[in-house]
Design a protein around this ligand. Structure first.
Ligand code: AMP
Length: 589
């Protein structure tokens, strides 16, 4: 691992990109970036073992952007991803990193999206294409996508592509690319079939791997809280409410996030300070002294700024943003449990990042317990208990003569009982911060995000499968017949992959798949919208049109009136906004 690279300026990136990473608040290249960017800039092939969350998108996007010829409007880079969500995410990341490169165009292409829209964009000219294998193949067959000018191909999450049955498609696509090109393959694991692809298509690749040293962190109790990005701040608030903490160190990824989170916590009534590399040494030292002396209880830090921090009061480390790798994790949680004390580490993790969790467990050889999000009821209970205790403490420690007189006066003048007066005063005491806790996390947020073990899915997935199966009760299935079978070389994996991507149905909602000689059957959730059904009919597996139909011969009803485009999944943004609408109509209790 090139530990010599500690600053983005050490990488041969030009000013617009350096400016961008600075604006994004990236403090230093992540290990995968430090190791991948230099060989990619040199034109070498790269075989990178890295999972989501390590910063691998920037690791390939920055060198691709650096080497782009903007005047050439044929695709110069192709990124293949296993799912449409990842394709969209990667395309958005490219757009973000190219904010100072005017005229740059990236296009995500994936199944389920209108072909004509993609064609229009392709005709207009794009520099980078990010797509799922199925749709990229479609375009190549129709000759609507030219790869003649391609210089770089990236295979992102190759093991997922393998799991979803796309690896032969990937092979085929690679065969359609020019001989002279750079290939970067990223995969969280390196099973044999991936190694074979690498062997066939990569030339003398630089192998990049995030080393995971094992380390014991015996005095630290480790827990994780599964929470999507949109609820992280509320989740943190809940945790701060109930944890019995002395001082808390919260880790984020960027300088901007450190400042912002500290400000937002302040605004919610939790005095906090940021600690990051852009602060002067004097200010950093002052903050640390305040923390050490007990004048400050919450510090929001970046990895670089917290390096070597040794404050014994730190009882809790919260990994608000996940670390890039297990080393960073171990370093972070080592900031607590100092001097033989016990410490607590809490990791916030989105469902799609669960793999990193497993890697950390392996590296620390300790299980990380799941921590359910404290409920509003528990927080209210906690606040009441605290209040009761305070009342007792004030009574036994303060001279209350003046106040007792005052209460007696109110009793006389207002003809109130002492009981009523106490109740009114209690109300006043909590008016600015009511005992009854409420926030924006929907009651079923955790349940919604629960995934069956071993099948991490991407956060924010607004899967149509998920939606219509819920509408119709708990996974009520219908058996379908498709016109590809063993003779055509179909496997359950490639059928599942095609259906998952083209119909946007999550894998767990794809039921039993039976392969017969010249056809197969597959169980799918009842209530499939007709548009999806029509689309699936035309989807191909192993070059054969599925021509899907119900095994019992019933055709699904025609289009229901009033279903919006968003509900059909045509507009991702609108579809993702939908749960929020549903939430706001939920009663808040
Ligand atoms: P990825 O592993 O590519 O999905 O990236 C995970 C997250 O890390 C994204 O939100 C990036 O914006 C962020 N990120 C990537 N590189 C850096 C960096 N060098 N410093 C801080 N954040 C980063």
């Amino acid at each position: 691992m090139s530990s010599l690279i500690e600053h983005f300026e050490q990488l041969a990136l030009s000013l617009p990109l350096l400016e961008t990473v600075k604006e994004l608040g990236y403090e230093a290249p992540s290990p995968i970036q430090a190791a991948t960017i230099p060989p990619m800039l040199d034109g070498c092939d790269v075989l990178g073992q890295a999972q989501t969350g390590t910063g691998k998108t920037a690791a390939f996007a920055l060198p691709i952007l650096e080497k782009l010829d903007l005047s050439d409007r044929e695709p110069q880079a192709l990124v293949l991803t296993p799912t449409r969500e990842l394709a969209i995410q990667v395309a958005e990341a490219f757009q973000g990193y190219a904010r100072h490169i005017p005229g740059f165009h990236v296009l995500p292409i994936y199944g389920g999206q209108s072909m004509s829209l993609q064609l229009r964009h392709l005709r207009r000219g794009v520099h980078v294409v990010v797509g799922t294998p199925g749709r990229v193949m479609d375009h190549l067959r129709r000759e609507t996508l030219s790869l003649a000018a391609l210089r770089t191909v990236v295979l992102d999450e190759a093991d997922e592509m393998l799991r979803m049955g796309f690896i032969d498609d990937v092979d085929w696509i690679l065969e359609q690319t020019p001989e002279e090109k750079q290939v970067a393959l990223f995969s969280a694991t390196m099973p044999e079939p991936i190694r074979r692809v690498a062997h066939r298509h990569l030339r003398d690749p630089r192998e990049v791997k995030i080393e995971t040293h094992t380390a014991t962190v015996a005095t630290v109790r480790q827990r994780y809280c599964q929470v999507g990005a949109q609820h992280k701040l509320d989740a943190l608030t809940r945790v701060l409410e109930v944890e019995d903490a002395d001082a808390i160190l919260i880790f984020v990824r960027t300088k901007i996030a450190a400042t912002e989170l500290a400000e937002r916590l302040e605004a919610r009534g939790y005095p906090s300070a940021a600690l990051h590399g852009d602060m002067t040494q004097a200010l950093r030292e002052k903050t640390i002294e305040q923390l050490r002396g007990g004048n400050l209880d919450i510090v929001v830090a970046t990895d670089v700024a917290a390096r070597g921090l040794d404050v014994q009061r730190i009882s809790h480390v919260v990994n608000y943003d996940i670390p890039y790798d297990t080393e960073a994790y171990i370093h972070r949680i080592g900031r607590t449990g100092r001097a033989g004390r016990a410490g607590d580490a809490i990791l916030f993790i989105a469902p799609r990042e669960l793999r990193l969790l497993r890697a950390i467990e392996k590296a620390t050889r300790q299980p990380i317990e799941r921590m359910p999000l404290p409920t509003p009821e528990a927080i209210t209970g906690h606040r009441l208990a605290q209040f009761k205790q305070q009342v007792g403490e004030v009574f036994s420690s303060q001279d209350l003569g003046f106040f007792q007189e005052l209460v007696a006066e109110i009793e006389r003048e207002q003809e109130m009982s002492v009981h009523d007066i106490a109740a009114a005063l209690t109300y006043l005491a909590q008016r600015d911060r009511p005992f009854q806790f409420e926030d924006a996390i929907p009651k079923d947020a955790e349940k919604e995000r629960e995934r069956p073990p071993g099948r991490p899915t991407r956060e924010g997935r607004a899967s149509r499968g998920e939606r219509f199966s819920r509408d119709s009760g708990d996974f009520d299935k219908i058996r379908y017949r498709i016109d590809v079978g063993r003779e055509h070389g179909a496997t359950p994996q490639n059928i599942m992959g095609a259906i998952a991507n083209e119909a946007g149905i999550e894998g767990r909602y794809i039921g039993r798949i039976e392969i017969h000689d010249d056809y197969s059957t597959v169980d799918l959730p009842n209530g499939m919208p007709p548009e999806i059904f029509q689309h699936l009919k035309r989807v191909r597996v192993r070059q054969h049109v599925l021509n899907i139909r119900r095994l019992d011969g019933v055709e699904p009803e025609r289009k229901r009136p009033g279903r919006s485009k968003a509900e059909r999944g045509g507009n991702r943004e609108a579809a993702e906004r939908k749960p929020a609408r549903r939430r706001s109509t939920q009663p808040v209790d």
